[in-house]
Design a protein around this ligand. Structure first.
Ligand code: FE2
Length: 444
């Protein structure tokens, strides 16, 4: 019995030592892995240092933020709370919403009294504005076919409606209709901005104020050309603080065109920096002056009512836009504003000749469009083509030929059409009857 007990005790001690030995061995293996992990992490860190890429970091951060946001939403709003979705119409992060954010009928709909009209457009977004005669919500239905099927909404009641449609495809055409508390527009079309290699056309004109019938004729000529964009160099009405004139001298003539064609204005002296002007249009940036890219081109709209001399806020912004256009390797640089530096029509703006004109020459602006003078003028100076296109409807100016570089001048109602195809841009000055009275091509 004693020997048996001794044997059992020795066996138990042996078993215990074996288990402890195994545990020690496993622990050593873990330590080895830990060491390897440390080494791997160190190597990863070294790799990260070598491959440090802020863009990738941003992507990672954004991804993490999305995850965090999802968690926060889940925690604070609950799955059933779709307040955000109701407001934006978003039900999908990858494409436009198919959810009708205002699916109910209304017995007493307001009237749409202006628009809809197209404003700032990019490859994936477009701003659409309209006005109703009482506060109401803003719903845009759109789609690749007349069945529409997608929605962009803002449910805050307003009279001046402005909605940016998002998640669009570049270089694509859409049907759209706007709706406010049951009031509904007819179906129109818009197109997103083209890719860099796609040809496009735009029209520039200005000084259409005061003579609505003449303006209507010019707009008829523009409409017949079916441009992708229209730019106006200002003085769209006689008195910017008379609200009724915006319809009488501008929207009544341009309304149909603006339903299908994005329309940009650079403010003239007659708009007088009016609150009404800034409420009626929607341009990018601070809206006083702005720029946008379209196809292979950058368009820069200056405000010649404001200070643009060297060192001013606008001068510095203008130079930054020219520099970034160079960095982005955009093919064409077009500038437009109301006042010209030189004109055969008398006057011109001395301050421009010592501030923004040297900038345009330094950074290779291709063409600068202006107005204020009610005629057509064209010339090239130090690589910049100067075009005055102030024949949009106002009474015409006379001229005296004393500016040497201005080689073409015509006192005629007109607009200028520019067709951009890669490294070639063809300019045509066209009167309301469709007669081309000046044409030239710039090639890079
Ligand atoms: Fe003017």
């Amino acid at each position: 019995m004693h020997l048996n007990r001794m044997f059992c005790l020795l066996s138990a001690i042996s078993l215990l030592l074996c288990v402890l030995g195994c545990l020690a061995s496993c622990s050593d293996d873990d330590d080895d892995d830990s060491d390897n992990n440390v080494d791997d992490a160190a190597n990863d860190d070294a790799d990260d240092d070598v491959n440090d890429d802020s863009i990738n970091d941003d992507v990672d951060d954004d991804a993490n933020d999305d995850i965090d946001d999802d968690c926060v939403d889940d925690d604070t709003m609950g799955d059933d709370d779709s307040a955000d979705d109701d407001d934006t119409g978003d039900d999908d992060d990858t494409g436009p919403s198919t959810v009708d954010c205002e699916p109910y009928g209304y017995g007493d709909a307001p009237n749409i009294i202006r628009g809809p009209y197209l404003q700032h457009v990019t490859k994936t977004t477009i701003r659409i504005m309209w006005q109703t005669d009482r506060d109401s919500n803003s719903v845009i239905r759109f789609g690749a076919t007349e069945d529409l099927g997608f929605y962009q909404c803002d449910l805050e009641p307003v009279r001046k409606h402005e909605v940016e449609v998002e998640k669009l495809d570049a270089d694509s055409s859409y049907y759209y209709s706007v709706r406010s508390d049951g009031a509904q527009s007819e179906t129109n079309t818009f197109s997103t901005a083209p890719n860099e290699d796609s040809p496009f056309s735009f029209v520039v004109y200005g000084d259409n104020r005061t003579q609505p019938q003449e303006h209507a004729l010019v707009v008829g000529g523009i409409t017949a050309e079916s441009p992708d964009l229209v730019l106006n160099v200002g003085d769209i009405i006689e008195d910017g603080w008379s609200f009724w004139q915006y319809d009488q001298q501008f929207f009544n003539q341009t309304g149909d065109l603006m339903k299908t064609t994005p329309f940009y204005v650079s403010i003239g002296n007659h708009e007088a920096e009016s609150f009404f002007y800034y409420k009626l249009f929607s341009f990018p940036g601070n809206e006083l002056w702005y720029s946008f890219d379209y196809g292979n081109s950058r368009f820069i709209a200056l405000n010649s009512n404001w200070n643009y001399t060297q060192g001013s806020l606008q001068y510095n912004w203008f130079e930054s836009q020219l520099q970034s256009a160079q960095a982005d390797q955009l093919e064409w640089l077009f500038v437009y504003c109301h006042h010209p530096a030189w004109t055969e029509g008398g006057g011109g703006t001395e301050d421009m000749r010592t501030s923004i004109v040297p900038l345009m020459e330094l950074y290779g602006v291709d063409a600068w469009f202006s107005g204020h003078v009610h005629d057509y003028e064209r010339g090239e100076l130090n690589g910049v083509t100067h075009v005055i296109t102030g024949g949009g409807g106002a009474s015409l100016s006379g001229w005296s030929h004393d500016i040497e570089f201005i080689t073409v001048y015509e006192s005629r109602h007109h607009f200028v059409k520019v067709e951009v195809t890669g490294t070639s841009a063809t300019f045509s000055a066209i009167d309301p009857a469709g007669t081309v009275f000046d044409t030239f091509t710039l090639d890079h």
